[in-house]
Design a protein around this ligand. Structure first.
Ligand SMILES: [Zn+2]
Length: 606
């Protein structure tokens, strides 16, 4: 059955000040925001911030430079325009910029004032503000100013949609059930709660352990909504069954429209989503379900089970941590396993997935240069998905090596405990013993101590894989589960040069140069243009043909076009082309313990 539900809500806009008074707040300082969006063509949000109960003198108002979950400095402060401040009587008040993120307002004896500014909302992405005729997306870190040093301050928010009947989807709680009025107990919660405004679609919701899980979004698309949500429910149940606790009263998946990426929040996730008939087949749904499972699992691992550096956050500068290989990498490990535990994929699919991931990491030179802890710490400069230029060869992705480390750790714990304990126990211990009991994040030392306590043995070798680029002994770890891996380099037909190319506007451009390859040593680099190969006009097809029909020891001659327009002949001595398949298979006669570990890891009937 195909569902397409489009829900329009009729709402009456109350005066937000009256609403704020209706909500219990501590005496003293009060903050109320309203956000209007009445000129979508200009892509500007009009923000009004009413402050009451200020100390006399001056007040510093600040805006963050990043959104937790997206480890990049964003230009939120630069998007603020037309900042002004008024007393109650409408008189303008003097202010000045104190630094990039701080506006200093000199209000003297006045303790109430109204701040107004506009926010340019011109990028449709899960971490940035966007406004169009059809929808509005509010990345709260880029919208709502806080008072310096007062992140704990509550605030109320009124959203004024451009058109009557538009709905708001957010993780914030409403005030007096009014769907346009919201309450944030502090700015950590507010900055963790983006808002999507528009004519929103709703998919059939479900409950897990009595807790409602909803899916709301902009143009979710025509497909079999019920089957999709039935599958998603199984993924959510698998995650909940593993930890055994649901730390919120409701959860919302919020689809913000087409695009790429998602960001996790405490009781919601914002995801790029555009459904279509391709979701009517399981193969079409699989990647989306694992993506949604990833974001959902983050409400445990990243938001609550979190590196101690990731909350309280440094909104001024960003929060660096070595532990994104756990927050992201182990989440990526589980997003694969959750589909298996939900009974949606076969055990063999999981084995093949890890085979591909191992091949990808081991084939990337960056895994010989950078540890996952370095990659985590440096993500602020490298970007969450690694460097983009030639430095690509020197970075490893914690989204790829992280799940491999999750697999090794899981199998090692199962091996040392005769499959009585697993990585699941580590995650539960981090959740209950540190997050629930202590209300904080874990330190690197605590993470290791909990892993070693769960395994019952020191884990020197495992952590050397975490903190260094030491080659991984795959055969040993996979052997614990009765799996073997083919690590034999095999000579392939043709010859090896070590570049990838792409044709762009009739030019043959180098996309990537592998470190330590013949091309690398002759100085070929990304973005250079090849104009000739062995005296013929260069093309991707010609290069492929030449490499396939050449033998190691032969010379290929490139004519390169240099930046100054001149040309240069580059002789390239071709080498043997060797590849390792990293194919993973089950051993023919596993021991009882190997079988138990494989069954424990993949479930029975795999
Ligand atoms: Zn993630």
């Amino acid at each position: 059955m195909i569902y397409h539900l489009r829900h329009f809500f009729s709402v009456i806009i109350f005066n937000f000040l009256l609403m704020a008074i209706g909500h219990a707040q501590p005496e003293g300082l009060k903050l109320h925001f309203s956000v209007a969006m009445d000129d979508p063509a200009a892509q500007l949000f009009q923000v009004q911030m009413v402050c009451e109960g200020l100390d006399t003198g001056y007040t510093d108002l600040k805006i963050p430079v990043w959104m937790p979950g997206y480890y990049q400095v964003l230009n939120y402060p630069e998007k603020i325009q037309n900042f002004r401040v008024m007393e109650d009587n409408g008189q303008a008040i003097r202010w000045e910029k104190a630094n990039r993120v701080t506006w200093r307002v000199y209000h003297g004896v006045e303790t109430s004032l109204t701040v107004a500014y506009e926010v340019l909302a011109d990028r449709p992405f899960v971490a940035t503000n966007f406004l169009s005729e059809e929808r509005a997306y509010l990345a709260p870190g880029g919208i709502f100013m806080h008072l310096a040093g007062k992140i704990d301050q509550p605030a109320t928010i009124t959203i004024i949609p451009n058109r009557d009947g538009e709905a708001v989807a957010t993780g914030l709680e409403t005030v007096d059930n009014n769907p346009l009025h919201f309450y944030a107990p502090d700015f950590d919660v507010l900055y963790d709660s983006p808002l999507l405004v528009g004519p929103l679609d709703t998919l059939p919701s479900f409950e897990v352990r009595g807790v409602p899980h909803r899916f709301v979004g902009y143009q979710l698309g025509d497909f079999d909504h019920q089957t999709f949500m039935d599958d998603l429910k199984q993924v959510v149940e698998a995650a909940v069954d593993m930890i055994g606790d649901i730390p919120f009263e409701a959860y919302t998946f919020i689809g913000i429209g087409p695009g790429a990426g998602g960001i996790e929040h405490l009781n919601s996730t914002m995801v790029s989503f555009s459904g279509s008939e391709r979701l009517n087949t399981f193969e079409g749904r699989k990647g989306v379900l694992s993506f949604l499972g990833h974001e959902y699992f983050h409400h445990y691992n990243a938001k609550r089970i979190r590196p101690i550096e990731l909350g309280p956050f440094d909104y001024d500068h960003g929060s660096r941590t070595n532990m994104l290989w756990v927050a992201e990498g182990i989440t990526a490990y589980y997003d694969e396993l959750l589909l298996r535990r939900a009974g949606l994929v076969a055990g063999e699919d999981i084995i093949k997935t890890f085979e591909r991931t191992i091949r990808s990491v081991e084939s990337s030179p960056g895994s010989r240069f950078q540890s996952v802890t370095q990659a985590s710490f440096d993500t602020w400069s490298d970007g969450p998905f690694g460097r983009k230029n030639d430095e690509l060869n020197k970075t490893v992705s914690y989204y790829e090596k992280g799940p491999i480390l999750g697999l090794l750790l899981d199998l090692k714990i199962r091996q040392e405990t005769s499959n009585k304990r697993s990585l699941d126990d580590v995650m539960r211990s981090l959740y209950f013993d540190i997050y629930k009991k202590e209300g904080r994040g874990y330190t690197e030392e605590e993470f290791r101590a909990i892993c070693e306590k769960t395994a019952g043995v020191p884990l020197h070798e495992f952590f050397s894989y975490v903190y260094s680029v030491q080659p991984i002994d795959y055969a040993k770890y996979l052997g614990y589960a009765g799996l073997k891996i083919d690590l034999e380099p095999r000579i392939q037909p043709g010859a090896y040069l070590g570049i990838r190319v792409a044709e762009k506007e009739g030019k043959l451009i180098i996309n990537q140069v592998e470190w330590n390859s013949p091309a690398w040593y002759e100085g070929l680099r990304r973005d250079q243009e090849i104009i000739g190969i062995n005296g013929q006009p260069a093309s991707a097809a010609l290069l492929e043909e030449q490499l396939m029909n050449s033998s190691p020891g032969e010379i290929l001659r490139f004519e390169m076009k240099l930046a100054d327009g001149s040309t240069r002949m580059v002789p390239l001595l071709l080498e043997e082309k060797k590849e390792i398949s990293f194919a993973i298979e089950r051993v023919i006669s596993p021991s009882a313990q190997q079988q138990a570990i494989l069954d424990g890891w993949l479930g029975t009937n795999h």
